[in-house]
Design a binder for this molecule. Structure first.
Ligand code: NAP
Length: 300
């Protein structure tokens, strides 16, 4: 199978790359899969013509994994058109190309499609109601995909993604923790972090699944994050504990830390569906943050 991965320089794209062989292959029982990783240089999702140009000039794919997105939640508030093009219109276009090529599409979405007002973990059929531009454009992408591809696609909503790559909450805390004696971190936003390597492993597990590979199935949404329930404040405290950084973490309320984009309060997601359907591994958040911090410390 030829498998295209977009967003090769992002956290998830790089994490998938890390898990495939150095020759960009994965050997399954049934066959060998070839991975092709592309970034915005090859496939610019902000441009309809760039997308057409890329697919017109490359052999057809069997699976497309869309890890690229406009992920800067605050910036999206002032870049509505760009965020909409990348998170909505490009997803619609990729869906129609996948349809034409009879390719499967795995698309990554977000917990921010929810308003965060629920007092229990969100399930896939709960009604989304995003409260910021990023969430609205990601939801529009989900909906467009479902209309264009009623079969053969899969949407994975994830949350609080971190990794050893690029800038994210963990790398920011490690940097700030060394520069400062104390930090203020919000304690009234609850969710579950997701180590990008764990999500990458889940995506590769899905790709190996015989039913997914071989039969036409109704398009489905799944939720995936690490196990556990915590606030950003608890997350920061644990990062400093593991990294042995002596920095006091003060608990503050969201309203004491105003941002251009509103953040949902509680975006815990129920992961039973993905666990039952694909038997994917869902490590506890403490286990995974330990792994990531160890890798980051080795790199220093
Ligand atoms: N990060 C989170 O906390 C989080 C939470 C929930 C859901 N998600 C979802 O999870 C998925 C993966 O996120 P991530 O954390 O890996 O994001 P990321 O690290 O920000 O990576 C996103 C990638 O998209 C690429 N991209 C942006 N604009 C593009 C364009 N016009 N054309 C082509 N590529 C473009 C970026 O390219 P450059 O490297 O060139 O900028 C980047 O490599 C996304 O769908 C995101 O919405 C993320």
């Amino acid at each position: 199978m030829r498998i295209l991965v977009t967003g090769k320089n992002g956290q998830l794209g790089r994490s998938i790359h890390k898990l495939v062989n150095t020759d960009n292959k994965i050997d399954n029982n049934q066959s060998s899969d070839d991975f092709i990783f592309v970034g915005r240089e090859e496939l610019d999702l902000s441009s309809e013509s760039s997308i057409n140009h890329y697919f017109d000039n490359n052999d057809k794919f069997d699976i497309i994994i869309n890890c690229a997105a406009h992920t800067q939640v605050d910036k999206a508030e002032e870049e509505q058109e760009l965020a909409s093009q990348i998170n909505h219109l490009a997803v619609k276009q990729l869906s129609s190309i996948a349809n034409k090529q009879q390719a499967k599409l795995i698309h990554i979405s977000t917990d921010y499609v929810f308003n965060g007002e629920s007092d229990k973990p969100y399930i896939e059929t709960d009604t989304p109601n995003p409260i910021n531009v990023y969430g609205k454009t990601k939801l529009a992408g989900e909906k467009a995909l479902q209309v264009v591809m009623p079969t053969n696609a899969l949407i994975i909503r994830t949350s609080w993604v971190y990794s050893e790559y690029g800038n994210n909450f963990v790398s920011t805390m490690l940097r700030l923790g060394k520069e400062r004696d104390e930090l203020n971190v919000v304690s009234d936003q609850i969710g579950s972090p997701t180590y990008a390597t764990d999500l990458a492993g889940a995506v590769l597990e899905i790709i190996k699944n015989k039913e997914f590979r071989e039969s036409d199935q109704t398009t489905q949404i799944y939720h995936y994050s690490n196990e556990g329930e915590l606030s950003w404040h608890e997350f920061a405290k644990e990062i400093f504990k593991i990294a042995k950084i002596d920095c006091k973490v003060n608990s503050i309320a969201t309203q004491q830390y105003p941002t251009p984009a509103k953040r949902p309060k509680n975006t815990l997601m129920n992961k039973d569906k993905i666990a039952e359907t694909f038997s994917v591994n869902i490590p506890d958040w403490k286990e995974s943050i330990n792994t990531c911090v160890s890798i980051l410390k080795e790199q220093q």
